[in-house]
Ligand binder design. Structure first.
Ligand code: GDP
Ligand code: IMO
Ligand code: MG
Length: 421
């Protein structure tokens, strides 16, 4: 099983690359996260955003698994499937869902909003999809799981969770407006989900491995949003790193082959939290415009900045990345000069290249290396050999510093705008 995951703060282009690589696999599986994810694919002039459905869904021979580590919102899943109606996908044979995946109920979304409001200007910037409260219930051993929807006492189980949530919501004085309508949609969607194959996906995954089938595990979010290693508390509530693929699918670490680490040629972040190389100036604005950096799930403008090498090295280390994929190189076409952060400088003048526990309080300023930009279009470039020299130099410099080969460079959102080395 190979794992593909984001090395920054999400939105690196995972959806595009899973779709590109999918023909080399028999199974594509999501292992964590939920509808907070927005994975964009573009092909044949169509642009499509997936939230919970794995990005192998457009390749008919592939089995797509939503694994046990995922949190599922049935309302959003039904909408996603409806939106795919025009592609004549056979969901009953191409998509299976783990019975052990956790269910997002309407009050999880209200709780997400209540917690965020109570934090004031210290809010996480959550996507408000109920992710944190749902994982909280999972770890607290109170959650409902997909398999529970098949149980005759599902409604009673739901009622117990609802009462618990209502108590918390009343503590936060959070209104229950619209709850009835949300519940109506929820139960309608639950009925629909019952018609899909709900399985013990850990058997499916391990049987596929035993039969020498190739599996690609598709990460959501990014390593710098990981619950343990991200910029806590400004993180998501799941294990976004390679190890999460083992717990989120029921696979032994010994079965992991390649770890594909995907990163943008610069950085973006949506939501709150530290971002040392953030550019709150015209350069950042130009990056956002050129890269169309607006959230795929919430539409929020993404914060933009130069590539952060200490952060990238950290992500490579905790994931054991074996190959790097560099995305959105074309967005840097507009710049005469390109900067990369090589270290952080502390107020004392000391330079560090690590991300210690205290990083948020250290007031670390990025130290930049300036490189010549290629400053030309990459339109029509089909191979690495055709890259302008400064882009080749950018790639080799990064390989030398990161000590991992960059085997793929993406030069546009379409499937075809992908250069393999
Ligand atoms: P994901 O969450 O990692 O799947 O990434 P998103 O889909 O949220 O965001 C990536 C965005 O960049 C999407 O709009 C993609 O269509 C787009 N994209 C992906 N690769 C490239 C690329 O190489 N160049 C450009 N310009 N856009 C890209
Ligand atoms: P993909 O898979 C970018 C961010 C949110 C917020 C923090 C916590 O498309 O890369 P949550 O809703 O998870 O409680 O929000 O994490 N976030 C993402 N940022 N891409 C994502 O997913 C994200 N999923 C969550 O903006 O800062
Ligand atoms: Mg995204």
């Amino acid at each position: 099983m190979d794992v593909l995951l984001g090395l920054q703060w999400g939105d690196e282009g995972k959806g595009k690359i899973v779709d590109v690589l999918a023909p080399q696999y028999e199974v594509v599986a999501r292992f964590q996260g939920g509808p907070n994810a927005g994975h964009t694919l573009e092909f044949d002039g169509i642009k499509h955003v997936l939230h919970q459905i794995p990005s192998g869904i457009f390749r008919s021979q592939i089995l797509n698994i939503i694994g046990n580590g995922v949190v599922i919102d049935p309302i959003i899943l039904k909408k996603e499937i409806d939106a795919l109606g025009k592609f004549s996908i056979d969901f009953k044979s191409n998509l299976v869902i783990s019975k052990k995946a956790t269910l997002i109920v309407p009050t999880h979304k209200l709780l997400d909003a209540a917690y965020e409001l109570s934090k004031g200007d210290k809010k996480i910037g959550s996507t408000l999809k109920g992710i944190g409260p749902t994982y909280q219930d999972k770890i607290g051993r109170a959650a409902l799981r997909i398999g529970d929807i098949l149980s005759p006492d599902f409604k009673e189980k739901y009622a117990i969770l609802l009462e618990k949530h209502k108590l918390t919501l009343s503590f936060y004085k959070h209104p229950l407006d619209n709850l009835e309508e949300m519940e109506r949609q929820f139960f309608e969607a639950v009925e629909f989900i019952k018609t899909l194959p709900l399985i013990d996906s850990e058997y499916t995954v391990n049987e596929a491995l035993a039969a020498n089938k190739r599996i690609l595990a598709e990460g959501a979010q990014g390593s710098l949003l990981d619950i343990d290693f991200g910029s806590y508390p400004f993180v998501t509530s799941s294990t976004t790193m390679a190890a999460g693929a083992c717990t989120g699918l029921g696979v032994s670490p010994s079965k992991i082959g390649e770890v594909f680490g995907i990163f943008k040629a610069y950085c973006t972040r949506v939501g709150s939290g530290p971002f040392p190389t953030e550019l709150s100036d015209a350069t950042g604005e130009a990056m956002r415009k050129e890269g169309n950096e607006f959230g795929s799930t919430t539409g929020r403008p993404r914060r933009c900045g130069w590539l952060d090498l200490p952060a990238l090295k950290y992500s490579i280390m905790i994931n054991g990345v074996t190959q790097l994929f560099m995305m959105k190189a074309d967005v840097l076409n507009i710049f005469e000069e390109i900067k990369v952060c090589t270290a952080y400088e502390l107020p004392s003048g000391e330079q560090i290249e690590k991300l210690p526990f205290e990083i948020n309080e250290l007031d670390a300023k990025p130290v930049y290396k300036t490189m010549k930009g290629w400053h030309c279009s990459l339109e029509g470039v089909n191979s690495y050999e055709e890259f302008p020299l400064p882009l080749k130099e950018y790639v080799s410099y990064l390989e030398q510093v990161l000590q991992v080969p960059i085997t793929l460079v993406s030069v546009g959102p379409d499937r075809t705008q992908t250069i393999l080395r």
